[in-house]
Design a protein around this ligand. Structure first.
Ligand code: P6P
Length: 337
């Protein structure tokens, strides 16, 4: 192979993070160190997910988490791996995990960051081999804060970074920083590195693909029903794509365009998905990629402040014009933020 065919200027996640740090005045390197610990947690979770069926980790762990779901062994391992990585980084003061009822306060009084995460989102699909993922967000503690769970009851606009890693055919990391681009990295298992493969991701402005669990439609409000019927009866009807694993549905929507919807409804009046570690991080990624994210009251998702660390919300997430369609129909029904 000639020299011109081999890319010898590979951008790894490590290199990307180090280069990003040089752009920040007076950077201490704490954020970079935290992100390196995050990177390790994705690599180690990916390792166990790949081996789950082999070493029979895919059974039930016999305990249950905050929401009473049966905890799969991998949920427990994913959570423990994530906590260990954040703790050992020495840069995290508060950690909120879907798997932990209470916020974890690490004994690192001078740490400046708080992390929210869903270590293995979509885990109910694990045994079926469906792609699951880790969703995360990073807040910088407010000046003078001692590091309590109240540090986490903030709007997504306060996030300094957010993203997710989908454990599919290969591990795909999508990372965005406040006011920044959205960059996609693919895990090269032989190198053991995440490689920048999708720089500066921008969503299609529209795409006739919708992703929702229509099994809930009997509980949906009038405006949502009008929206879904409109796109199904359109001149060129929309395609339905629903995996039931938010990270997989979100990744496809980010890449191809379209809309993901998990509305609040009569069955789940607060919605099902959690604000802190599902809705807000995804909303930040999608907005930075040119899309939109709103709740069931058509309020901008990133402005929503959770009432508690496991608070939930309805969400419409996707291409700008596709979410605008939902907003316009809700406006007709008097639902306007
Ligand atoms: P439903 C998985 O349990 C999850 O939290 C998200 O990953 C996913 O988008 C949603 O719930 C699926 O919910 O009710 O369609 O099974």
């Amino acid at each position: 192979v000639g020299r011109e065919e081999i890319n010898t200027d590979i951008v790894t996640l490590t290199r990307y993070l180090n280069e990003e740090q040089t752009k920040v005045k007076d950077a201490t390197g704490d954020f970079t160190l935290l992100c390196h610990a995050l990177q390790f947690s994705f690599k180690s979770i990916a390792y166990y997910i790949r081996r789950a069926s082999l070493i029979n980790l895919s059974g039930l762990a016999g305990s249950s988490n905050t929401t009473g779901d049966d905890q799969k062994k991998l949920d427990v391992i994913g959570n423990d791996l994530f906590i260990a990585a954040m703790k050992s980084s020495g840069r995290v003061r508060v950690l909120v995990s879907e798997e932990e009822e209470e916020a974890i306060i690490f004994d690192v009084p001078n740490a400046k960051y708080a992390v929210v995460c869903d270590p293995i989102d979509g885990s109910s699909n694990l045994d079926a081999g469906v792609s699951v993922g880790t969703i995360f967000g990073i807040f910088r503690l407010e000046e003078g804060s001692k590091g309590t769970k109240d540090d986490m009851l903030r709007p997504g606009t306060d996030l300094v970074a957010a993203g997710f890693t989908m454990y599919g055919a290969s591990a795909q990391l999508v990372l965005t920083m406040k006011g920044g681009d959205v960059n996609g990295f693919t895990m090269d298992n032989s190198l053991g590195e995440f490689i920048l493969t999708h720089p500066q991701m921008q969503m299609p402005k529209s795409r006739s693909i919708y992703s929702a669990n229509e099994g809930n439609s009997k509980y949906w409000d009038e405006a949502t029903l009008e929206w879904v019927n409109e796109i199904k009866q359109a001149e060129k009807p929309y395609s339905a794509r629903y995996i039931g694993s938010m990270v997989a549905d979100a990744y496809r929507t980010l890449l191809y365009g379209g809309i993901f919807a998990y509305p609040a409804d009569k069955k789940s009046p607060k919605g099902k998905l959690r604000i802190l570690y599902e809705c807000a991080p995804m909303a930040m990624v999608f907005e930075n990629a040119g899309g939109q994210a709103v709740n069931s009251k058509m309020e901008r998702m990133l402005t929503i402040v959770p009432l508690d660390i496991h608070d939930r919300s309805g969400i419409f997430l996707g291409s700008y014009d596709e979410v605008q369609k939902v907003i316009d129909i809700h406006k007709k029904h008097g639902i306007v933020s």
